[in-house]
Design a protein around this ligand. Sequence first.
Ligand code: C5P
Length: 237
Amino acid sequence: MALWVIVPAAGVGARMGGTTPKQYLPLAGHTVLAQTLLRLAQLPGLGRILVALHPEDPCWHAQTLPAQLPLSTCAGGRERSDSVLHALHALQGMADDQDWVLVHDAVRPCVRLADIERLLQAIATHPCGGLLAVPVSSTLKRSNAVGDIVATLPRDHVWQAATPQAFRVGALRQALQEAVRAAVPITDEAAAMELAGHAPRLVRGSGDNIKITYPEDLLLAELILAAQQRESASAAG
Ligand code: C5P
């Protein structure tokens, strides 16, 4: 059974500011997106990586990626869920509905392969699939529109969802189609699966799988990649 990967990369990154979408900002000698793809391409059993791009993407062709990477692109959509759904449609004919597909944000270049492998092991016998996530450690506050606290929220059993999120190709396509049809806003694949009545498994991942959202996150990602490189060099030697 092949493993398929979808990388939604069609966002404009409004919270980052600037004119270049955040997935194309430079990071440790590549772009954020290229770093993410180079990492995912090392997954054992990989069939193909589908990258969903903005229809007017100006940067993809300037990416310097090895020609042998099993990459295909498709047009993204208005929302992240539309982009993932387009990629799932593009997979039809290649993937079997029972195959696993990993959906991973283009802007999480620091994901550890070992975490992805743990995720795949953890869901191998699960009825629907699961995702990497981190238990919330800070106290959570809800604010009003001007930023004053209106409530302190209990944080027991509260997790921050990350990616990859791994589901069966057919079940995820169906869940996302239903969510789009019902016009329910969906910010990750697990939410679509939940809406369809499933209970995805949360698998604890490393806290350094950050999502690049604000300008300061780029520096942090640079430091994390350098630390991970030192870690693997010392493990190898
Ligand atoms: O905007 P946000 O940070 O939640 O985006 C998460 C991921 O989804 C990013 O990799 C972004 O490029 C992608 N995305 C997409 N299509 C959209 C919006 C976001 O592929 N319409």
